[in-house]
Ligand binder design. Structure first.
Ligand code: APR
Length: 311
């Protein structure tokens, strides 16, 4: 069987960790695309990863390039091209600069690998995924954004931390935009099927919600010169594996809503079934009046951001 082909656009922090993790999992051959002026350091990283293969006994190829011809047969494309936030910046502050980058990447992907499954990670992600889909014209099942997978991981972490129980037994989800209006869904969060509302008091729950929302910013402030990359890459890996393995996993992702949750024509974090068909389905769960109001608020924030793109 021919090996799968994973393309990563942008070989910075997230891109290089995806190259590493994909290799460790032997998911397929990895090609990283970056700008001509930055491709040599990226080439250094892919060669370094190539040289660790003997230590883990993995047979895949890795390369770095600035030529999109080299990813013409990609099965999956992860878009990390763009700039990350620095302290005192919101994800929205990246919009102008990253929009031009993502539009350019979308044109290239449309031309060179229009059949690939695309995962957009560049922020502000709901708007960047929207722009990518608009410019590329690819169907909605092929283009999703990294949001809920990362935010849900953080939500799981804080629940496990607060209860002192295993992260493995936490099941929960974050919906909405990938920003301060995101919605960690308390009502459906469980530990081994036990609602967390029966295990934690309101103050603890409020604390978990606040920390989930602020986790990305906390890391930006600590790093000083970029944003989270290990957990972002790990979240993207879950999405890649769900697609390549046709796992039908339910992963909250930024997806183009076409009437789901009353939202039409915008990307927003919703529960997505990811399998061989890419985004196979958006699951619509019944929300309470309070949750619906929160969803409206987060959707409004995304709509405002999208309007600034002029797309
Ligand atoms: N084409 C290809 N690569 C590009 C382009 C472009 N037009 N523009 C920038 N890049 C590359 C940069 O050269 C750099 O190698 O994208 C890479 C970005 O890497 P980092 O600056 O390390 O950023 P990273 O932490 O990986 O985050 C990337 O994902 O989560 C989001 O907010 C984050 O928008 C940011 C993106």
């Amino acid at each position: 069987m021919q090996r799968k082909k994973i393309a990563v656009i942008g070989g910075g922090q997230i891109g290089s960790i995806i190259a590493l993790m994909s290799t460790q999992k032997e998911l397929g051959d990895v090609t990283v695309v970056d700008l001509p002026q930055n491709v040599n350091p990226v080439r250094g990283k892919t060669q370094d990863i190539d040289h660790l293969r003997p230590h883990i006994g993995v047979d895949v190829t890795l390369c770095a390039t600035c030529d999109y011809e080299d990813i013409s047969c990609a099965d999956v494309v992860v878009v990390t091209a763009g700039v990350p936030r620095k302290p005192n910046m919101s994800r929205e502050d990246l919009l102008d600069i990253n929009l031009e980058i993502v539009k350019g990447v979308a044109e290239q992907i449309k031309c060179h690998c229009p059949d690939a499954f695309i995962i957009v990670a560049t922020n502000p992600v709901d708007t960047m995924a929207y722009a990518f889909q608009k410019v590329s014209g690819l169907p909605r099942n092929q283009v999703v954004g990294l949001s809920g997978a990362l935010d849900t991981g953080r939500f799981q972490h804080f629940i496990a931390d607060e209860t002192g129980l295993s992260v493995k037994d936490v099941s929960c989800m974050v919906m909405g935009g990938h920003g301060p209006t995101m919605m960690p869904l308390i009502r459906t969060a469980t530990i081994a099927g036990i609602p967390i509302t029966t295990l934690l008091n309101q103050e603890q729950i409020d604390n978990i919600v606040r920390r989930t929302r602020e986790a990305g910013t906390e890391i930006v402030n600590l790093l000083g010169n970029g944003s989270a990359y290990f957990s972002s890459a790990a979240s993207i890996m879950e999405m890649i594996e769900a697609y390549l393995g046709d796992k039908k996993r339910v992963i909250s992702s930024s997806a183009l809503c076409q009437g789901e949750y009353g939202i039409d024509g915008y990307y927003l974090g919703v529960p997505c079934v990811i399998g061989a068909g890419g985004l196979e389905r958006i699951l619509e769960i019944e929300l309470t009046a309070e949750e619906n109001a929160a969803l409206q608020k987060t959707a409004d924030a995304v709509v405002q951001s999208v309007r600034q793109t002029g797309l």
